[in-house]
Design a protein around this ligand. Structure first.
Ligand code: FES
Ligand code: FE2
Length: 369
């Protein structure tokens, strides 16, 4: 996990009236909205006896633990303990750690790193194409049994399609196809972009394959981009799609996929005349489900068994066409290193936080003696 980055942790639509408990970035988190609709995020663990706050209830701006009803405010401070009565004196330091979150592009983003002044947080990462897109789109998220680095890599090397996705609708080439031509890769800041033609492997030139009439004999232009820390975009002549695999822990990740409306209908003559209401928003919704229940199953059957589980510069032997992967792995190492240096520098300034009272302090010194 790369510190000092924004990570998408769930869809905005998933945090409604009830507290939501999720695990992301190796942390158990609870999310809820206060009475103004503002998103609050804190550790999903009551400091009293470690129960999950997400199992509790919300009372206005406060979240109440389901075990003994202690109530915490938006800053994570306990403001009421029913056992002490209405005006009871709440002991100092009974507090839950809160986290910086923000909402953008229909997602909840979590700042994984050092806290800073509000104006110093960088912008949430997102592809320019999506920022400018004004059609329908749909998000869908699920947990995948794989380290997120391997997920990022697999989306970047689309030339696995003829093998992993053999026999499924997105594979229009047999395993002898899927050759990549005219590959170009560029880097701009922490954005890696690539463009290429994926085509059947035969005697034709790449340009000739692009104008073939039958889809399965055609070559297709694709673009695959990575925006650090973990966003991948596939651009194609048919659709644009974004994948965001956010770490849950070392072994699993939450995959959020965002399909936009197709740019052209390959099944046009069959489907277009049907008078289906809300057809435009339905298509991205439907594509997200296909991605999860058809494509993902095939990907996981193979890549969940990769070794080592986490990618790193020396983990594998790459080939020139894996340039996007190579840039991604290098960037990841670099950003982790820079964040560690920053943390070491800031440690000197860190304030000691409140320690819980010892059992002896609770019992009272005279009684212990
Ligand atoms: S465990 Fe939460 S109030 Fe006791
Ligand atoms: Fe795949």
């Amino acid at each position: 996990m790369i510190p000092n980055q924004w990570y998408a942790i769930t869809r905005s639509q998933d945090v409604k009236k009830k507290p939501l408990g999720i695990k992301r970035l190796d942390k158990l988190l609870v999310l809820y909205r206060d009475t103004q609709g503002k998103l609050i995020c804190m550790d999903d663990k009551c400091p009293h006896k470690g129960v999950k706050l997400s199992l509790g209830e919300q009372h206005g701006d406060l979240i109440a633990c389901p075990y003994h009803g202690f109530q915490y405010d938006q800053q994570g401070d306990c403001v009421h303990m029913p056992v002490l009565g209405k005006n009871g004196d709440v002991p100092k330091g009974m507090c839950v750690k809160t986290y910086k979150v923000t909402e953008a592009y229909g997602l909840v983003w979590f700042w994984y790193g050092e806290e800073m002044a509000d104006e110093d947080y960088p912008e949430v990462p997102m592809f320019k194409q999506f920022k400018e897109y004004d059609g329908y789109y749909s998000y869908y998220g699920w947990d995948a049994p794989i380290n997120y680095t391997r997920y990022v890599e697999s989306v970047c090397e689309i030339y696995h399609i003829p093998f992993v996705h053999k026999g499924s609708a997105i594979n229009i080439w047999d395993p002898k196809g899927g050759r990549v031509d005219d590959f170009e890769c560029k880097v701009d800041g922490t954005l890696i972009t690539s463009d290429f033609i994926l085509r059947p492997d035969d005697e034709r030139t790449a340009a000739e394959t692009l104008v073939a009439r039958k889809p399965w004999t055609r070559g297709w232009r694709f673009g695959i981009d990575v925006q650090m820390p973990n966003l991948i975009q596939i651009r194609s002549e048919v659709f644009d799609v974004i994948f965001i695999p956010t770490p849950i822990d070392e072994d699993t990740c939450w995959v959020c996929v965002c399909y936009q409306e197709p740019k052209r209908d390959l099944l046009l003559p069959l489907i277009k005349p049907l008078p289906i209401p809300f057809w435009r928003p339905v298509r991205p919704w439907y594509m997200c489900r296909i991605e999860r229940f058809v494509q993902q199953a095939k990907d996981m059957a193979v890549i969940a068994h990769q070794e080592p589980k986490v990618s790193s510069p020396k983990a594998n032997r790459l080939i020139p066409i894996d340039k996007v992967n190579a840039h991604y792995i290098r960037f990841r190492e670099k950003l982790i290193r820079e964040a560690k240096e920053q943390q070491a520098h800031n440690k000197i300034k860190e304030q000691p936080h409140f320690e819980a009272p010892t059992l002896e302090q609770i019992i009272g010194i005279e009684e212990v003696n």
